[in-house]
Design a protein around this ligand. Structure first.
Ligand SMILES: *Cc1c(COP(=O)(O)O)cnc(C)c1O
Length: 243
């Protein structure tokens, strides 16, 4: 499927029960349990909601990923992704990431024992030099917000792989229309869908996508545990915005 076709037909292209090509807004917090002990597809909407799931499969498809996750904001998506790591873990972070990401890192995550080194990720030597024994990941934007600095995604992902680190890219500014970081070897892509993916300044939303099954399992667990999920109305608006 070419990209423009994907925007219309990828993800969940019809509602299974009705054939509706615009996925209905399932405003239901809870789903009927027909059998005691059975594991139904839908249970409780923090864990999963059909409208949110349609958006999650759409962003996975247009990012060339396997698993997508929708959050209440870009910041919530980034928080959930950083929650993959534990106290004492070290993360290398680009020096021109979104201001709210710096705030999350410096004022919140550091209080929970995550360690960060801020560098210019355009400088591959600086990336290598920042790696420590407890480094687990490299996080950057390209182009950055606000200065539009460009990092060589594949080069950084290659360095990360050599050192057994995860690479995380905030793809908000380029959008999947212009680049697919997962295809270049990145492990997780995050988005503030509030910007270009929404496109109409009427929704605040965040997305995360991965190809890695273990990361997907952990992200699903964190999304459900932290609970900063995107509601069905905003999920529908975002699918419309992406189209
Ligand atoms: C806006 C923005 C965010 C934060 O997203 P919100 O949806 O506002 O929480 C994160 N990264 C980048 C690059 C942004 O522009």
């Amino acid at each position: 499927m070419k990209f423009n076709t994907k925007l219309i037909h990828a993800g969940t292209s019809e509602d299974k029960d009705t054939g509706a090509v615009s996925i209905p807004i399932y405003r239901s917090s809870t789903f009927h349990q027909h059998k005691l002990g059975a594991e139904p597809k839908w249970e409780y909407a923090r864990t999963g909601n059909p409208t949110r799931q349609a958006l999650e499969s759409l962003i996975a498809d247009i990012e060339n990923g396997k698993s997508g996750f929708a959050f209440a904001s870009g910041s919530a998506a980034i928080h959930a992704v950083f929650s993959l790591f534990s106290s004492g873990d070290h993360i290398i972070i680009g020096n021109d990431v979104y201001g709210g990401t710096f705030r999350l890192v410096n004022k919140v995550l550091k209080r929970f024992g995550l360690e960060f080194t801020v560098i210019d990720t355009r400088d591959l030597k600086a990336v290598e030099n920042a790696i420590q024994d407890n480094t687990r990941a490299i996080y950057f934007e390209t182009p950055t917000n606000p200065l539009l600095k460009i990092t060589d995604i594949k080069a950084v992902a290659d360095i990360a792989k050599n050192h057994n680190l995860k690479t995380i890219v905030d793809n908000t500014f380029a959008t999947p229309y212009n680049q697919n970081p997962l295809t270049l070897g990145v492990d997780i892509v995050v988005h503030s869908a509030t910007k270009y993916l929404g496109g109409h300044s009427d929704v605040v939303a965040g997305l995360a996508v991965t190809n890695d099954e273990k990361i997907a399992e952990e992200l699903a667990f964190l999304q459900n545990s932290i609970g900063s999920v995107l509601g069905p109305d905003d999920s529908w608006l975002l699918m419309r915005g992406i189209k």
